[in-house]
Write a protein that binds this ligand. Sequence first.
Ligand SMILES: *[C@@H]1O[C@H](CO)[C@@H](O)[C@H](O)[C@H]1NC(C)=O
Ligand SMILES: *[C@@H]1O[C@H](CO)[C@@H](O)[C@H](O)[C@H]1NC(C)=O
Ligand SMILES: *[C@@H]1O[C@H](CO)[C@@H](O)[C@H](O)[C@H]1NC(C)=O
Length: 443
Amino acid sequence: MLNFYCWILLSCNLLVYSATALQETNPHYKPLPSLREQAQIRDTWLNERISRIPSLLKKHGVDAWLMSQREHAEDTIWWSIKNATDYDAHRRTVLLFHTNGSALEGRPNPIKWVDNTGQVWPELLQTLINFNPRRIAINVDENIAFGGGLHVGEYDTISRALGPEWIQRMVNVPLLGIEYVTTKLESQLKYYRDMQHIVWLMMEEGFSHRTILPGVTTTEDLGWWFREKMLTLNVTTWNHPRVSVLTEESFPGWSGTEDIIHEGDLLHIDWGITAMGMNTDTQHMAYVLRDGEIDAPDSLKQGLKKANRMQDIHLDIMRAGMTGNEVLEKCLVQMKIEGIEGQIYSHPIGDWGHDAGAVIGFTNLPQHVPVLGELTILPNTYYSIELYAYHFVPERNEIIRFRIEENAYWDKETERWKFVKGRQENLWLVDQSRNAPLLKVQV
Ligand SMILES: *[C@@H]1O[C@H](CO)[C@@H](O)[C@H](O)[C@H]1NC(C)=O
Ligand SMILES: *[C@@H]1O[C@H](CO)[C@@H](O)[C@H](O)[C@H]1NC(C)=O
Ligand SMILES: *[C@@H]1O[C@H](CO)[C@@H](O)[C@H](O)[C@H]1NC(C)=O
């Protein structure tokens, strides 16, 4: 083999090879705005979101929303309410959102106290007495994180400070936190698209001969390549890149596999990036070409196609106003009609990789999800459409789960979810023959 490559190099123009390789190793990543601009953009979004809280309170039948937290023990909602240049809450930060009625005219919304002397409590009490809200939402839900972020020490402190009369007016309204966190603004989509472009370019580069040397590179090497690459692209992650060599046993989980990547392998990645207060969550698959192959075997393409069909079914059925379980049930019925076996486990995405709101299946709850599946799917949200199709691969005599995931936004015109940047319809191909001559020369 080595002789053969040397022969190619001698008989071809070395410069041509170098130029091609150079061009290939520099895919064009469009930079996100500078951090300073990002902060301005994020605060504009934040102000718009916060300005909707008074009407959100009215919609959910409450007059106020009280949050209290200490530095390092923040309410979950804090991360969707804080300014871009703020991080942890300072000292004890108490926020009182109100319906902005005449009783609190001229006061900010939220009214905010940062305190470590106890001074907040008489002031809060006096504010409540003046405002006289009948129902005050606090985040004490037992099941929903976005409605359950009030720490128990804070609750005890509030109870003592305000007394039973006010505690009686406190109500648990988890839908408030869910709707606040999960609702997207139209102006976010442009940047969410840019993030998806970064993700796709990274996959194109990661699943290629530029990054993988079959027989040498491991799945973990590749996972860490993605981690390091993110640093150079000024994005972070909420989800360590999990790279697997897919086999019959591979099941969606919280880790990749520990394998050396070989020719003929079917690869899979599950990961997301974080930037500008938003998160992505993507799963794609790749095939490592064998010597002489120019495309993936047809059986693998068919498996991906089947998973694509499940995506179509999912997006066709999914509507705002349905519960997660209703969507799940209808998808399963349609899959059965079409003879497709597989599983769906989609979730909202946005401020968090796993965002607030109705989920559509779980890997361990394939047919019905208590609580989170019973929630109603809200419009103006992003969803991560996550699923797998079983497909028999005769060459390997194995049934493989074809696992893919793409992020979708709610399209106002059609009132449907659409993929932010299309979807994977072709396996990424790792084509070792493309840089083998150069690699051989380097060693
Ligand atoms: C990352 O940030 C640095 C510093 O602001 C900038 O020079 C560079 O162009 C950015 N790179 C990308 C790909 O966004
Ligand atoms: C509250 O009302 C004032 C006018 O009284 C207005 O300027 C402000 O934007 C309102 N705040 C919110 C959060 O709606
Ligand atoms: C965000 O910044 C504004 C302007 O400085 C300030 O009024 C507001 O209280 C801050 N929000 C929070 C949640 O700290």
